[in-house]
Design a protein around this ligand. Sequence first.
Ligand code: SF4
Length: 248
Amino acid sequence: MRSAGTGAGTLIGGDEEFQLIVAERFGVEKPTFQGEGPSCGVPALFIRLSRCNLTCSWCDTTYTWDWSRFDPRTESTRQTVANLLAWALGSAVELVVITGGEPLIQQPSLIPLVRGLLAAGKRVEVETNGTIAPDPALLVDGVCFNVSPKLANSDVEQDRRIKPAALEAFASSGRAVFKFVTRTVAELDEIGALVERYGLDPVYVMPEGTTPEGLIAITRVLADAVAARRWHLTQRLHVLAFTDKRGR
Ligand code: SF4
């Protein structure tokens, strides 16, 4: 998932019911856009929640979960939903991307955040690894799930990264797109098997990489084969534009 920046905000606790563990939020002070998937290139605000239930070898946001390398006390803060809403609603940008880590670990507190954003006229994209089924309260107009099931290239055991019931729930929700981080043409067969088994649609293939050169090279390897399958090909536009700087 997209790496990002500073400005996690003030630690607030105790006085409000719903809190979320946040790694960072950005897009207000320094404008940016969604870099991946169906809204690629659209101006966006980002709320990155801390914590993940997977350990992908190529993860670019290890500061949300790898406590052998990072200190959770400095990499995350507890923030109230009210605080996050005040931040997001102070901007005219319509799209709010809730990402991670794995945001659905904190789903109970995510529901009031999403409701508040929608009530204020925002549109929400939730980026998830697809291992936790969405609460029906989040399957509403204005919410899209960008589901990114992990392939064998993540080096995560299959029974941890592929959860059939969760994938089936997303596939039948009508509110999900499925985005696969890919390095080789051979991996398209692995995606195809998941697509067929769980009815995943639409499919977005995204090159893996954190440098423009790496992304372009893999894009050129994949392009013809993705086009032949009539799938979408997406980029990591923020890496091309900002070379994977945090906070952009
Ligand atoms: S699911 Fe996303 S955040 Fe979690 S380890 Fe994998 S790439 Fe990183």
